[in-house]
Design a protein. Structure first.
Length: 359
DNA sequence: AATGCGGGGGT
DNA sequence: ACCCCAGCATT
């Protein structure tokens, strides 16, 4: 790591914080630094961009203004509030953690690093963010922005996809973090990474800390951060069906409580490793209720996850409500609206509605 | 240390 | 297509 003098570290910190106070983005979670709000925003922002989070954060805070409102809300409601945001274990872990705060910490988000790190869903980044922003403690909060900014500032060439690299960056931040305004300092790094020190085409001309940047000086910004590539995603083939009972309700099913899209709802589906030849035969074999299926695909939907791809064929059918078995539900349109559906099944539903409206 | 876990945006 | 995003839990 490049050597920085004490003077330089201090100046860097001051310049960065001054830039932040002048140019910071106005974001809903920056209206005040109540720990609960900071916490909710940081969980939502994990692996999720600011523009995506804004409407979710506002809806969440109006649904659950205090920890008390959220702590014991039904799972269906908290998943519905998270619907479309992804990484659904975040919201379940958040509720587990907020119950813990309610019951073991008298409703006050703990201020010690050890205690806050012990909360479900709060890792090194989130702990540092909450402690610095809400409680003014000089703790590093190392995320993707910090990897990028500091790898360039100090020409750190450790592979950021390796777990142990985080400590290298924590030390780098700890050398420079503002002692009197750590929250502003950490948020300045986020804003800098998001708006100036971007992954592609960084705006070095606009950078408030350009003169401290070793990579800029060496003209090799594009080398940083160094990251080894990951393998490509697996392809899976699904068949799903929109099935109506005699009274016009729709057949739905809750997903298992663990794994992908845990506890969310779907239209009953089968999953195969290879493209499905006979849609109706394979589907009927996978769903043990008597169904009357149309032997024709309604259409296809594709969906990409971080680690796999779905190719979903959609068929339609009808059933007798008397044949309903354990684990499935028949719901009206109104009842369906309350249930959390992951995006791939929202796409399926939209295609169904579109096709039906064209008849 | 490696893998599973969503979904959208930018190039 | 590919990469990235205010990461964490589990194995």
């Amino acid at each position: 790591m490049a050597k920085w003098s004490e003077i330089e570290k201090e100046q860097f910190s001051e310049v960065l914080v001054e830039w932040y106070e002048r140019e910071k983005r106005e974001l809903p979670w920056r209206e005040n630094t109540e720990a609960y709000r900071v916490w909710v925003s940081e969980i939502m922002l994990q692996q999720t961009q600011v523009d995506t989070v804004i409407p979710y954060f506002e809806r969440f805070m109006s649904l659950f203004p205090t920890m008390k409102d959220f702590a014991y809300a039904p799972e269906e409601q908290i998943l519905k509030a998270w619907e479309g945001l992804g990484y659904y274990s975040r919201v379940r872990n958040l509720q587990t953690a907020i119950r813990e705060v309610t019951e073991a910490y008298d409703g006050v988000v703990p201020q010690s690093k050890e205690a806050i790190l012990s909360l479900k869903g709060v890792g090194p980044y989130t702990a540092g963010a909450i402690l610095s922003i809400a409680y003014n403690q000089p703790e590093a909060a190392v995320d993707g922005n910090v990897y990028r900014v500091y790898s360039r500032l100090m020409r750190i060439d450790d592979d950021i996809s390796k777990a142990k690299t985080r400590k290298v960056f924590e030390q780098a931040v700890n050398q420079t973090i503002s002692q009197d305004k750590p929250g502003a300092f950490n948020q300045a790094l986020m804003d800098l990474g998001a708006t100036i020190c971007t992954p592609k085409n960084p705006k070095c001309d606009m950078c408030p800390v350009q003169k401290y940047c070793r990579a800029y000086a060496e003209n090799d910004i594009e080398k940083y951060p160094f990251k080894s590539k990951k393998l490509k995603t697996k392809q899976k083939y699904l068949v799903t069906a929109i099935i109506q009972s005699n009274d016009g309700r729709f057949l739905v099913q809750q997903r298992p409580s663990e794994g992908l899209l845990a506890n969310l709802w779907m239209f009953p589906s089968i999953e195969e490793e290879k493209p499905v030849e006979d849609l109706v035969e394979s589907y009927q074999a996978g769903v043990s209720m008597p169904l009357y299926l149309n032997n024709q695909s309604l259409g296809k939907v594709k969906h990409v996850f971080s680690h796999l791809k779905w190719d979903v064929e959609i068929i339609t059918g009808v059933m007798d409500e008397a044949d309903l078995i354990e684990g499935y539900r028949l719901v009206t349109l109104e009842e369906m609206k309350v249930l959390p559906f992951p995006v791939p099944y929202q796409k399926v539903w939209q295609l169904y509605l579109k096709t039906r409206s064209e008849l």
